[in-house]
Design a protein around this ligand. Sequence first.
Ligand code: FES
Length: 107
Amino acid sequence: MPDLVFIQPDGSEQGFEAPEGISAMQAATGFGVPGIVADCGGQAICATCHVYVDPAWAARLPAPAADELAMLDCTAAERRPTSRLACQIRLDAGLQGLVLHVPEFQQ
Ligand code: FES
């Protein structure tokens, strides 16, 4: 089972083994996942790493910090209850198999 799975709006999936300690954004950009732009490089100031956490995983992630919540108001695609910034999701053993959905657009 891959450590991390991204699902595109067309339903296509990419799964990877990702090292613990990096962010989901770093994994996505490292593996060339389309649709994760990450303009600010992980500083939580651009919202172009917006993802929708799969509903099966949403309650298992730590709650977003205040700065992430504020930046989620700036997403280009619709903000949903499961919206998160991939740069603020730190991969650890408890998130093995995490599934993230990529929005239709980031800018
Ligand atoms: Fe800019 Fe995540 S990379 S907010």
